[in-house]
Design a protein around this ligand. Structure first.
Ligand code: HEC
Length: 203
């Protein structure tokens, strides 16, 4: 502190270099970032999908009742999903997975499972883990990059993923009719429910 106050201005060379660096960053960073940052795109895509899923479920439960709302806990049911495909052509796919699934199409593969198990092992609802980037080699040998965002259980989710009386009888009956293999009940608020996975082709 004392050193700085005795020398109020940094040497000119430092200012020039800092200014130049700032200008270079301003000129080049945004373009590079938007072309090459799957993590940033993943944050946007998964964040918006999660928010939209919650809103739509809340709305449908309120307006049409929980049984009718069952059809809306699917990414394909969100208008935003088609919009995102248009807005982010870099995105190869968006899906959801979990250690305990309702729809067996969402079953985790080995890579999904290892991400989810790692999260679960140190799960703390007050401090959600950061999204994870993971490289993956497909069956045909091509590489893809995956972005994983944790999905926590919120109060709204308990109507269909909770336990006991939290799930109304008609909802429970409809779920076991449509998903006889359902494993996605008995969650509590704050639990890890699963992941939103955004996939990008790797160069
Ligand atoms: C009205 C009932 C209902 C509510 C409320 C609900 N879900 Fe679902 N959830 C379902 C159904 C039905 C499926 C299976 C969808 C399918 O066939 O792909 C599902 C599937 C999922 C999946 C995909 C993995 C799997 O198990 O197949 C995730 C993740 C999920 N729900 C998270 C949530 C979260 C988080 C909330 C709260 C914000 C929530 N759900 C609220 C009915 C519901």
């Amino acid at each position: 502190m004392r050193n700085q106050s005795s020398r109020p201005f940094p040497p000119l060379g430092t200012v020039a270099a800092a200014t130049l660096r700032a200008l270079l960053l301003a000129a080049f960073l945004p373009a590079v970032a938007s072309a090459a940052e799957p993590q940033e795109i993943g944050d946007q895509v998964a964040g918006r999908l999660f928010a939209s899923l919650m809103t739509i479920l809340q709305e449908k439960i309120a307006s049409e009742g929980p049984e009718a709302a069952i059809a809306y806990c699917r990414l394909e049911a969100l208008p935003l999903t088609a919009q995102i495909a248009e807005e982010f052509p870099q995105v190869q796919s968006v899906r959801r997975t979990a250690l305990r699934v309702r729809n067996s199409d969402n079953q985790p593969d080995a890579t999904d499972r290892s991400v989810l198990e790692k999260w679960l092992a140190s799960w703390n609802p007050a401090a959600l883990p950061k999204p994870v980037m993971q490289e993956f080699i497909t069956a045909d040998g091509s590489k893809e990059i995956r972005y994983y965002r944790p999905v926590p259980v919120m109060a709204t989710c308990l109507t269909c993923h909770g336990s006991g009386d939290e799930i109304p009888d008609n909802v429970r009956a409809a779920i076991s009719r449509d998903y006889p293999q359902d494993q996605a009940i008995d969650f509590q608020e704050g639990d890890l429910r699963g992941a939103i996975v955004v996939t990008f082709p790797a160069e």
